[in-house]
Design a protein. Sequence first.
Length: 202
Amino acid sequence: MRQETNRGATANFQYVLDEAVGEYFMWAAHDDWWDPNFIQELALLLDHDIMAVVAFCRMQHVHVGGEVFKTYPNITLVSPKKNKQGIVVTSSFRRFLLQNLIHGKVNIIYGLIRRKILIKSDSIRKWGDWGWGADLLIVAQILRYGNVVFSNNFLFKKCLNPDSLGSLKGKNVNSNFMKILLGVFGTWKSYHRYIYGIWLVQ
């Protein structure tokens, strides 16, 4: 599947989703690395958890040459919090909003996702052109429909080329994160009500 002209990342993300037909879906960049069992292991996690809408794993960022740039063992903190009876008391969506960006939560976008949920969220059309932070918005919107389930194995390496590393320099992270919150909640009033509700149940 190849475009006749360069339509940009957002259009390509939407195009491959529109053309997909399977139960599960994932985006795959040409320079990333996946363990041979990546799809099978994550598909089994989704098969066994009907409340999960996306499955992912522990991961690493690597340079083009393969050297490890950063490891994200705590990305699994986005998993839903359960009580002793196994009942979810804090959803992945809430934990995603509260988790620090340094734990790599944005990379959940490269997980295995239930295709119908991704289509229902319509998040690419809504936020694909937002630039920095669009991937955070997309993941947040997906997690409003269910939780994320993780493999404890390192099954994925995301390649960061010099251009992508350079594009982060000078970014106003706080300003962009505020834009992300407004994109998810619509108004500050809705956001404040939601965060207040989170702390009430912690």
